[in-house]
Design a protein around this ligand. Sequence first.
Ligand SMILES: C[C@H](O)[C@H](O)[C@H]1CNC2=NC(N)=NC(=O)C2=N1
Length: 132
Amino acid sequence: MTAQQDLASKQCEPCRGGVPPMDRAMAREYLVQVPGWSILDNPDRLEREFRFADFRQAQDFAMRVGDLCEAEGHHAEIRYGWGHCAVAFWTHKINGLHENDFVMAAKVGGLADAPYTAPAESMGDVSPTARG
Ligand SMILES: C[C@H](O)[C@H](O)[C@H]1CNC2=NC(N)=NC(=O)C2=N1
């Protein structure tokens, strides 16, 4: 098992604040486990831009990242447009980086590696619960 798989298999632990943000030396050690991500300033954060073939795929990816954030209780800043989606993580409570941010980056990297499947078309009024 690689180090990245190991990080991706962790769960975000509750961060209630009151702990110091990760320093740069430690952050750089974690960074090697999340290929493609960069550390940026103000606030200290992890960021990665993903590329897609069109708007729909970028939007779908943004939604899947959002769903993952909700499931893990740790939330990203997400910006997307035609063919691109930028995802940033930092821990708001400590205004900096925490292991949770790297766990999320590894999980999002795993999402990006998964093959794209187009979302099902809306079924409109023909769903089983529709009246008439
Ligand atoms: C109550 C809840 O656990 C917190 O507000 C969580 C929600 N998601 C979060 N996401 C991020 N990125 N940082 C946080 O500090 C944070 N706090």
